[in-house]
Design a protein around this ligand. Structure first.
Ligand code: SAJ
Length: 419
């Protein structure tokens, strides 16, 4: 049985491109989002997020009538839930995932579910979330049968299929990446494969829902632990007067070594978040993953201390100046190079912290961030910063910075831009 109508709940960075890809295969797609503004923008054939190629696809599928956005769910043959899984607000040192968006999405689609429907959770989730989602659905619809009670005979099929696409390359990766398919039963997995095969060219690899949840968290934790190793090396090398970038290049010549790059910390909405989903579930066992999070989270503080030392050194060699005369320029504000995304950015955190702490001027240069995106710090052009600033803090290795010649000598290069 093919899919006549697919509904995607949550039209953000993952949901909207996924909805657009299904619609591009000439399937009727209903995108649902609580944000009326986003719904209106999409229904005009425009997009509310930045992602290459997405604007053209959305424009085409909306004008051809394959994609429609709405704030309320409608009946469909498959539902994909791609809503955020943020942290609960609390003072606990171990952040805990907040499943309330998944809960609301489940409760919103429950009334329109019918026998034979497939429900897929795509949101990055702690282990057990898919079973929890199925429990919420079953509670709302006692007239239907679900895999937790009826196994392979269930009328509703449930699976977890985590997204694994890299921001900036979402369209290509949605099509080409292999897909982990974690059905609550084998029948659930087969149905989910049928759905994804409408546009996915990568292999669909079957597992169960819990392993699929853990696979996604493991991928991002692996990267976080590896970056923490690089960040720890950078702090050790700083003490021992060794160039960490040269060191890592040398070590990576070994055929079985592949160390990632140090930086000012780890940002974004995935790598700095997902490891906590493992730590909060198994705090006594996830020791290495927990420590890696702590190492990466304290790196911005380490960079700020380096800036304080640089200010003190500058004043020692310029005794007529006071701290108020020292201008600091931060190069790069985004969470990684060549994007405009400021979410969870350590570069942004360092820059705004410096602007609060430092008595002199703090200015910032970022080719991808426009003036009105932030109001806490003045954004200037490269030449102005080069002329005005006394201390340079290189925070993001945007391609525009790599071709430039930095004339000052008081430079804190957190990304190896000068290498
Ligand atoms: N970073 C370093 N050193 C490195 C690599 C990255 O400091 O050597 C920093 C970046 O500057 C950035 C952070 O890590 O602040 C995260 O950047 P990223 O490019 O590693 O990852 P994201 O957050 O853009 O996307 C990740 C991807 N996961 C993996 O590569 C395992 C992507 O495939 C996932 O879909 C995405 O998380 C997600 O949604 O979970």
């Amino acid at each position: 049985m093919s899919f006549k109508t697919i509904s995607v709940i949550g039209l953000g960075y993952i949901g909207l491109p996924t909805a657009a890809m299904f619609a591009s295969r000439k399937i009727k797609v209903i995108g649902v989002d609580v944000n009326q503004k986003a719904v209106d923008i999409i229904n005009r054939g425009e997009i509310h997020i930045v992602e290459p190629e997405l604007d053209m696809i959305v424009h085409a599928v909306v004008s051809e009538g394959y994609l429609k956005a709405s704030t309320t769910p409608e009946p469909a043959d498959a539902f994909l839930i791609a809503v955020p899984t943020p942290f609960k607000k609390s003072d606990s040192p171990i952040p805990e995932p907040d499943l309330s968006y998944i809960e609301s999405a489940s409760k919103a689609i429950a009334p329109v579910l019918k026998k034979g429907d497939l429900v897929i959770l795509e949101s990055t989730s702690p282990v057990g979330a898919t079973e929890q989602m199925s429990a919420w659905l079953a509670e709302a619809r006692p007239d239907l049968t679900f895999p937790q009670h009826n196994g392979k005979e269930s009328e509703i099929r449930i699976a977890h299929c985590p997204e694994r696409v890299l921001p900036g390359h979402v369209i290509r990766e949605l099509v080409e990446n292999d897909r982990v398919i974690g059905g609550m039963t084998e029948k659930c997995s087969s149905r989910a494969i049928e759905l994804y095969k409408t546009f996915v060219q990568g292999e669909c690899v079957v597992t169960n829902a819990r392993t699929a949840e853990m696979a996604k968290l493991t991928e991002n934790s692996f990267r976080d632990v590896n970056i923490a190793f690089a960040n720890e090396l950078s702090m050790i090398c700083d003490k021992l007067d060794i160039n960490v970038w040269e060191l890592i290049k040398l070590a990576n010549r070994h055929p079985r070594v592949n160390i990632l790059q140090p930086g000012p910390g780890v940002g974004g909405h995935c790598i700095a978040v997902d490891p906590w989903f493992i730590v909060s579930k198994t705090p006594n066992d996830a020791k290495l993953i927990h420590t890696a999070r702590q190492v990466n989270d304290m790196k911005p503080e380490w960079v700020i201390n380096k800036v304080k030392v640089a200010i003190a050194d500058f004043l020692l060699s310029n005794p007529t100046k006071s701290v108020k005369d020292v201008t600091i320029a931060c190069f790069g504000l985004t969470f990684k190079p060549d994007i405009d995304d400021l979410r969870g950015s350590p570069a942004m955190m360092i820059t705004s912290q410096l602007s609060k702490l430092h008595l002199g001027q703090v200015i910032a240069v970022d080719p991808n961030v426009d003036l009105n995106m932030i109001d806490t710090v003045a954004i200037v052009d490269f030449e102005y910063a080069q002329n005005e600033a006394d201390i340079f803090v290189l925070l993001v290795d945007h391609k525009e910075f790599k071709n430039k010649t930095f004339t000052k000598t008081n430079i804190i290069d957190t990304r190896g831009v000068l290498q």
